[in-house]
Design a protein around this ligand. Structure first.
Ligand SMILES: [Zn+2]
Ligand SMILES: [Zn+2]
Length: 337
């Protein structure tokens, strides 16, 4: 099979011909139809974060396609069914997080395209317990971005407990942001979209954002305050400055939801006095569970969300990374096979 392989941190990915993997016990083999490019894949390939993958490895955790083979102990009923291979490659199933619907916090989890090979390949093996069925009403092309960008922002809106007429500021429009703003609107939020790129703000406008702020030309804190302040601020932009601005745009009772992961082990200054008196919550939100992804697919199948993405070929992977890093991709890029 053809695969895009990270051979060393910071080096261009290599397209290699590799043996098609065999599903082990409890695993399925998935024939990729679509595989999304998430910014995390670039961080993985660069070894940007404190916990690093080990090259050589195949990135990718937005992989969609039919199951073509199953390993020992897996029902053959799954063969031919389309599934999504998400970031959560497997979890222990028995710890306090796994048994309480928070498998995304399992300390024994493995991650697709990071600690195990992922979806930038014609085939991938995945844990049968971790994949999520893709309903007929969702194309593989749309399902790919929903599998990380979708579920991650859906979860962020859920943990923020947005209620109708609250203002939700979304910092960073693009692969994640264009979906975050749709989920915020679905639960009745008034959305402020903040970005540096006019194209992305145009996209936010088309998708129904109530307020648009270009953070290159205007101070987002001031603009959001003029509109009454944010009750929720979701940070999807990896610049620490965006986190500070998001915090300062909050009303009393506000919730800051941190989603983006800056390259360095960055920190922001949280003023204790204002946080206590203002009843401010600071929440970290990491991807979403299998149930969250099932809900994301159900909403999409019902026509409630739109995925904005462009197709690329797997051998364009290095140019695609440059497009994302240069802010030139409008939203998501998806490799189609
Ligand atoms: Zn991702
Ligand atoms: Zn666990």
């Amino acid at each position: 099979m053809k695969a895009a392989v990270v051979t060393d941190f910071g080096k261009p990915l290599e397209i290699q011909e590799l043996p098609t993997p065999e599903p082990g016990p409890g695993q399925v083999l998935v024939k990729m139809e679509a595989s999304g490019l998430c910014h995390t894949d670039i961080h993985a390939a660069h070894g940007d974060w404190p916990v690093k993958p080990r090259p050589p490895f195949i990135p990718g955790h937005e992989g969609i396609g039919p199951v073509t083979a199953v390993g020992a102990g897996v029902s053959t009923d799954l063969i031919g069914k389309r599934v999504a291979v998400p970031w959560l490659g497997s979890s222990c199933g028995t710890c306090r997080y796994c048994v309480s619907g928070w498998e995304t916090l399992c300390e024994a989890q493995v991650n697709s395209g990071y600690s195990v090979d992922g979806c930038y390949a014609e085939y991938a093996v995945a844990s049968a317990g971790a994949v999520v069925r893709v309903p007929d009403g969702v194309t593989s092309f749309d399902a790919a971005p929903l599998t990380c960008a979708g579920v991650t922002t859906y979860k962020a809106i859920k943990v923020a407990r947005v209620v109708p007429a609250e203002r939700v500021a979304v910092f960073g429009i693009g692969g994640l942001g264009h979906l975050a703003l749709q989920y915020a609107r679905l639960v009745g939020g008034l959305v402020t979209a903040v970005d540096l790129e006019p194209d992305k703000l145009g996209l936010a406008h088309r998708l129904g954002a109530d307020q648009i702020v270009n953070a290159r030309t205007h101070d987002p804190v001031e603009e959001i305050r003029k509109a009454g302040g944010a009750d929720v601020a979701v940070v999807l932009a990896a610049a620490p400055k965006a986190f500070e601005q998001a915090y300062r745009s909050l009303n009393r009772g506000g919730r800051l939801v941190m989603v983006a992961l800056p390259a360095d082990d960055a920190a922001i200054n949280v003023p204790i006095f204002e946080t206590v008196l203002g009843g401010i919550s600071v929440i970290g939100s990491i991807v979403g569970t299998r149930q969250d992804l099932t809900e994301v697919f159900a909403l999409h199948a019902a026509g409630r969300t739109q995925v904005i993405a462009e197709t690329r070929r797997l051998d364009e992977v290095n140019d695609s990374f440059d497009e994302v890093l240069g802010g030139r991709a409008e939203a998501r890029l998806v490799f189609e096979f």
